[in-house]
Design a protein around this ligand. Structure first.
Ligand code: T3D
Length: 265
């Protein structure tokens, strides 16, 4: 039997999903897209999951689209149609699914993240990378533009000047430099990576995940809003959260000087 394209592991409330096409640096073909989407749906539906970790098997995180995938040449008379299909059928729903997860998603970037692989990592809530990992906006090198949400995420994360430099030049950016310019949350030494990923995922899983999901939506949305509308969006989210279990529990735990037991999702 062939090995699963996404390896799934559960440690307490943390669900780890490992992209598993290591011989092709976990680049995406249609089957891997299907397997990841299904694994994310299962994690979202399982109340025992309070944090999802996305990582890669082997030495790479993800090298983006599998450039040998027949999907790309699905329309020999009109190659552009092949790319359209791949983006509309696979990358757009994947990025939107990551953004709609009810729990925090931690990208544990264990090696090179190139093209759509880099931008899938950047679509996660927190990115922790191994010191030996790297990020490459590889698109320009093959005559394409940043996709999988890169055109949206890059300038928001690092500003227009750096976004354009990364996207136009397609240079390899070390994990340390990615942290330095604010592209990712943190870069950690290789030998500490596994322990740091587990510690951060466990910490996120113990937090009020419903509030964290709302925080993601607020911060992603606020960039395009005038201040008054951003304040209104905060008020709507706060009003909803204020009536939920986790807020009552958080306040009670603070008063009792004990750890809160959050459970909303
Ligand atoms: O529909 C659409 O196309 C639109 C969507 C586009 C989204 C995109 O992601 S476009 C960008 C696609 N990705 C790339 O252009 C990156 C291509 N890969 C690389 O540039 C390099 O592999 C890396 C810089 C990522 C890593 O380099 P290195 O030297 O560490 O490894 P390598 O030797 O190049 O790769 C190892 C193996 O993985 C190799 O196979 P082999 O020779 O050992 O049998 C290589 O062919 C394979 N591999 C790496 N990336 C891809 C790939 N196979 C298929 N597709 C890949 N993207």
């Amino acid at each position: 039997m062939s090995e699963a394209l996404v390896l799934v592991r559960q440690d307490s409330a943390v669900r780890t999903l490992s992209l598993n096409r290591p011989a092709a640096l976990n680049s995406f073909n249609g089957e891997l897209h299907g397997a990841l989407r299904a694994a994310l749906s299962e994690a979202a539906a399982d109340v025992g999951v309070r944090c999802v970790v996305l990582t890669g098997a082997g030495r790479g995180f993800c090298a983006g689209q599998d450039l040998s995938d027949p999907l790309l040449s699905a329309h020999p008379g009109n190659p552009a149609q092949g790319l359209n299909d791949v983006l509309v059928r696979f990358y757009k729903p994947l990025i939107l699914q990551l953004k709609a997860m009810p729990v925090p998603v931690l990208a544990a970037v264990n090696g090179v993240a190139a093209g759509a692989g880099a931008n899938i990592a950047l679509a996660c809530d927190v990115v922790l990378a191994k010191a030996s990992a790297s990020f490459i906006q590889a698109f320009a090198k093959i005559g394409l533009v940043p996709d999988a949400g890169g055109s949206w995420a890059l300038p928001r994360l690092v500003g227009r000047a750096r976004a354009l430099g990364l996207a136009m030049l397609g240079d390899k950016l070390s994990a340390a430099d990615a942290e330095r310019i604010g592209l990712i949350w943190r870069c950690v030494e290789d030998d500490a990576f596994t322990v740091e990923v587990a510690a951060l995922a466990t910490r996120l899983a113990a937090m009020p995940t419903s509030a964290l999901a709302q925080t993601r939506a607020l911060l992603d949305g606020a960039q395009d809003l005038p201040l008054e509308q951003a304040l209104d969006a905060e008020t709507r989210a706060q009003t909803a959260l204020g009536g939920a279990h986790d807020y009552a529990e958080g306040v009670a735990a603070f008063g009792a000087k004990r750890a809160a037991a959050f459970k909303d999702r």
